[in-house]
Design a protein. Sequence first.
Lengths: 54, 181
Amino acid sequence: MEPGDDGIQPEALEAALRETPRGAFAVAGVAVALLMAAWAAIYLFVFLPRGSIG
Amino acid sequence: MSGATEQDIVKSEFRWGMVTLAAVSFIMLAVIFAGVAMHINPPSNIERINPQALHLSAEFTEANLGTKVESNGQVTARIVATQFAFVPRCIVLPADRPVTLRFASPDVIHGILVSGTNVNTMVVPGYVSQVHTVFRTTGDLLMPCHEYCGLGHSAMLATVRVVPKDQFRPGPDGRVSCADK
């Protein structure tokens, strides 16, 4: 193996760069969806029914 | 990296940017809707008072603190938040009836919240903090100081005793205290 040659084929690198974001977005999407659902539930069912204090 | 792959990544980042923009917009719209349509806003009373002469003021003298039913039927509780106690330490208020809580501080910045309700405000020396609310449940609610005010901060708390409307009976002077309940 030549110095600087990591044995990774350019085609495989391109494929990995295309595929990797899907998994990352799936994890981030589920996390953000759960966070938004929890915020909306507390806002709608706890905060708003307690009413105005102004 | 090829130009096409780079374009894919930029497109993905742009889409994720749209998701976060949608989430922030949803929260902002919900807050604006609650403020405009339901009048749910932070307390915004601006009323000045001399913090060095609270005990000489007409309103926050010791004899005038606690719960009082005004001549027009309005229930008002006046409380002084001072290092490291609330005066009085317990106030009685009726459930299912509009009440007003007024706070003043003679020393440093304090903050109050009443557990299980939206009542939450800062108490800044020089200003009268005021909140309006209707308590829906009865019982003893905890009212701690929620703004660090010094070494005794963690021991600074009071009790809001919410009693059923028919058990809220002010004396001849319109006053109600925890000693009566």
